[in-house]
Design a binder for this molecule. Structure first.
Ligand code: SF4
Length: 426
């Protein structure tokens, strides 16, 4: 039960709270009531989205049923549309937005759509902060200082194509990791690969069909090991709690550039032992992971939508590798003393389904994963569940209960959102 009211928008996009319908949520495609203990104020830096051709759904406590809101209660001639929240980084969704899609509804763009309501004079969301690190908090970015520092670096290092690329990432696309690079702190990005050996339904850097478009431009060149090392070495030596990460939203799969990465890691570790060198990856090439670890790679983050092979294959549509290669990469890193995170692409209903939680617990037990990064899956939930052939095979226990169960089975495992700096600056 909640005191949060349903939020909806009129045709012009003005948002209202409903006079009596309660906020509802969705889990695995089923509408669900909301409890106050899973709500939090809308985090600063979040956005609110209008969902075209989708009817808002609320809960009528008196009639004890879900209600599709077809008309604006303040103006019954007017149609209404559903609203969802795209939460700021470091926050994981517990329920997605509740709505009914009209026949003509087109697929929603590649964002996450969290349930939002109105309570005590503010917007609230069904979400939780899973990482205290302020790396991407909106109030951490002094844009004037960023512009000054970025422009100076772009002028002084005009010879380095990677720095020029990061310049447009930071100043045009507003990529928080690229911004932190120019601000000399935390995690800096090292994109390297125009190619990929997967074909993810929700790839944000390359979409082949015309149903949905990619939200990022993919890098078009492979930087040299020297260009990579020039970015990485100064950052690792000088930045606060420094780490550098291969595998960004604006590229394909970095393991496709294994030779370049190996040379770059050797060059970097030949000049500094500071900070952490991390690789965000689809984990497709265990042998390359093993070699990179031997060359000095400190940690990897393997992206997973599910620890159940069928759903993994249905989403990643791998070309020339399989789920067993992914678990092989995790083992290759752990057996060499490396640190391993999984980037768990979280969708309420599927991720917290009992069968999925058991599969994740088994995977941790078999491989020794250190950290689960709870990232929201940026995709139209209905389209995604249809495309992967999702069939509910058990109770969804709730995202918070899922985290509790995993912790109970594996107390050594942490939850978070960001790649950790394994040896922070003194
Ligand atoms: S692994 Fe990454 S780059 Fe490759 S298809 Fe998937 S999301 Fe895109």
């Amino acid at each position: 039960m909640t005191t949060a009211r349903l939020v909806y928008a009129d045709e012009s996009g003005r948002m209202y709270d409903h006079p009596y319908l309660e906020m509802a949520g969705s889990s695995g495609g089923s509408w669900t009531e909301v409890d106050d203990d899973i709500l939090m104020p809308l985090p600063p830096g979040s956005e609110l989205f209008l969902l075209p051709d989708r009817v808002p759904v609320g809960y009528d406590r008196k009639k004890k049923r879900f209600v599709k809101l077809g008309k604006d209660p303040h103006n019954p001639q007017k149609k209404v549309q559903a609203v969802a929240a795209f939460m700021a980084p470091a926050h994981t969704q517990i329920l997605t937005a509740a709505y009914h899609s009209k026949q003509k509804a087109s697929i929603l763009p590649l964002f996450s759509y969290t349930a939002v309501g109105w309570q005590g004079g503010q917007f609230v969301v069904a979400g939780v902060r899973v990482d205290p690190l302020m790396r991407q908090d909106i109030d951490q970015f002094d844009l004037e200082r960023l512009e000054r520092r970025a422009k100076r670096a772009l002028t002084l290092q005009s010879h380095n194509r990677l720095i020029q690329h990061l310049g447009s990432c930071a100043l045009t696309y507003g990529c928080p990791a690229a911004k932190n690079y120019f601000l000399g702190r935390w995690e800096a990005p090292l994109p390297t690969s125009p190619q990929c050996n997967a074909h993810c339904l929700g790839c944000i850097s390359l979409q082949e069909g015309d149903q949905i478009c990619a939200t990022q431009e993919r890098i078009t060149f492979v930087p040299t090991p020297e260009e990579i090392a020039e970015v990485a070495v100064s950052h690792l030596r000088e930045a606060e709690d420094p780490l550098v990460s291969f595998g960004q939203g604006c590229e394909g799969e970095p393991l496709m550039q294994g030779k370049t990465l190996k040379e770059a890691v050797k060059l970097i570790r030949g000049q500094t032992g500071a900070g952490t060198i991390n690789l965000n990856t689809n984990g497709s090439l265990p042998q390359t992971i093993a070699e990179l670890r031997d060359d000095g790679l400190d940690s990897i983050r393997v992206s997973l939508n599910s620890a159940r092979e069928a759903y993994y294959h249905a989403y990643y549509r791998p070309r020339g590798y399989s789920y067993s290669d992914v678990t092989g990469s995790i083992r290759a890193m752990k057996s060499r003393g490396g640190f391993v995170s999984i980037n768990l692409l979280t969708l309420p209903g599927l991720t917290d389904e009992e069968g999925e939680v058991e599969a994740i617990i088994r995977l941790i037990g078999e491989t020794g994963i250190d950290l689960i990064q709870m990232r929201n899956l940026n995709i139209d939930p209905e389209w995604y569940l249809r495309e992967i052939g999702y069939r509910s095979s058990g109770r969804s226990i709730g995202i918070l209960e899922m985290m509790k169960r995993i912790r109970a089975s594996h107390p050594q495992v942490n939850f978070g959102y960001f790649n950790p700096c394994l040896n922070p600056s003194k």
